[in-house]
Design a binder for this molecule. Structure first.
Ligand SMILES: Cc1cc2nc3c(=O)[nH]c(=O)nc-3n(C[C@H](O)[C@H](O)[C@H](O)COP(=O)(O)OP(=O)(O)OC[C@H]3O[C@@H](n4cnc5c(N)ncnc54)[C@H](O)[C@@H]3O)c2cc1C
Length: 381
């Protein structure tokens, strides 16, 4: 091995960390750069299937693969969390107290559910943002015979902002198939003065919801929960009772990020929006849900960011000039009915347009776990 062989340490074994590791391995020679990934998960779950699994529309076993198996040849995966970042000495410390030096550090630790911010959440609410929660919700939905369902999100930001409306359209399909749609009221609550963050997409989705008889409550910022009385209260003073509350939990960045001084209490890392580097460190980056960038927290975002960053690091290591930048590109297919979906393309400069929905987009979404595991995660596309 050459004496000046570099080492890239990637912290996080989710969508962003895995795509970046595999893409960087494709673009670079192992004799020039070693790639080490630290992560805590035994299995890698394809989270977008959370809008299908609670209804039995997909079998969860196709949505999970062993994490270790997803790294291409030439990548070292160490199954351990990182508990300390020391940027001044270019080192990280893992849970077993070993210290590792890096030439490049990429933080891809995603976010976490900060349910401690909403007392009573665990007792009051169900959700579909993890595999366990989706399976639990599946049991609750099977036992549901009609009544009042309240759907929403506890706060902003969350992963995949369209997921709550996607879930709602799938729920309508599910209730129709079970013959209990007419026995069920669906109330959709949203913290802003619309039903989605981006205005023109929001108008499109709101119209579809109204056509399907969904009762919309805008400016509903969840303030407190009453699990015993089955009530949810908003900061704005509105109270809704429910038979089933499906509420995306509050999110925040990882505690270790705040504890290491890399972010404020929110836990989200500020990076340069075009180059993804942290402060004035040219060799420290954050990607995926771990950042505080204004674009969607989505696997699709992580995918485009990884393409940029893998190319940049590989070119630097090879001594080539590299002038490209990341412009906030995202492409995201979202469900808009029981059988249709729309694909949204956007970047920092171009907001998405909700043009038309189609069955082929729905099919694209339905098969996306296969594309994800075989091509996207692998760094091929
Ligand atoms: C219901 C749902 C639907 C979605 N639908 C879509 C969709 O249709 N399209 C789309 O593009 N996106 C979608 N997403 C969002 C997408 O899944 C996430 O944005 C994506 O997983 C983010 O990738 P990430 O690597 O940043 O974070 P994650 O995938 O969460 O990975 C972070 C990893 O870091 C690890 N980690 C944390 N702390 C440490 C530490 N200290 N040391 C080492 N490892 C650590 C964690 O264990 C985890 O494995 C959806 C999400 C949900 C929940």
């Amino acid at each position: 091995m050459p004496l000046n062989r570099k080492r890239a340490i990637i912290v996080g074994d989710g969508a962003a960390g895995t795509i970046l590791a595999n893409k960087l391995r494709f673009h670079s020679d192992p004799s020039e750069i070693e790639i080490v990934v630290f992560g805590k998960s035994e299995n890698h779950y394809f989270k977008p299937d959370g809008v299908q699994i609670p209804f039995g529309f997909k079998d969860y076993r196709n949505s999970v693969k062993p994490t270790q198996s997803l790294f291409n040849y030439g990548i070292q995966f160490i199954k351990s969390g990182i508990k300390e970042f020391d940027l001044d000495n270019s080192t990280v410390k893992c849970e077993k107290d070993n210290t590792f030096r890096y030439d490049y550090l990429i933080i891809a630790t995603g976010d976490r559910f900060s349910t401690e911010d909403l007392p009573g959440y665990e007792k009051a609410a169900s959700h579909f943002y993890s595999l366990e929660a989706s399976l639990d919700l599946k049991r609750k939905l099977s036992a549901f015979r009609g009544g009042k369902i309240v759907i929403g999100q506890a706060s902003i930001p969350i992963q995949c902002p369209p997921a709550p409306y996607e879930f709602t359209f799938q729920l309508i399909q599910y209730l129709k198939l079970r013959g209990i749609r007419d026995k069920t009221e669906i109330h959709y609550v949203y913290p802003l003065n619309r039903v989605f963050t981006i205005p023109n997409v929001s108008d499109f989705v709101e119209k579809l919801m109204e056509e399907q008889g969904v009762i919309i409550h805008k400016m509903f910022n969840v303030d407190s929960l009453d699990p015993a009385g089955k009530k949810v209260n908003s900061l704005e003073g509105e109270t809704l009772d429910y038979d089933l509350l499906i509420l995306v939990p509050p999110h925040s960045g990882q505690k270790v990020i705040t504890e290491s001084g890399l972010a404020d209490q929110s836990g989200y890392i500020s990076v340069d929006r075009h180059h993804l580097n942290y402060k004035d460190y040219d060799n420290v980056f954050a990607i995926g849900d771990a950042t505080d960038l204004p674009i969607s927290k989505a696997g699709a975002t992580a995918h485009f960011q990884s393409e940029y960053l893998a190319n940049r690091i590989a070119n630097e290591v090879n001594g080539n000039a590299f002038f490209d930048s990341y412009n906030g590109e995202v492409a995201c297919t979202t469900i808009t009915s029981g059988t249709q979906a729309i694909t949204l393309f956007f970047s920092y400069d171009k907001p998405p347009r909700a043009n038309f929905q189609s069955k082929s987009d729905y099919f694209l979404k339905w098969t996306s776990s296969d594309t994800y595991f075989s091509a996207m995660l692998r760094g091929i596309m």
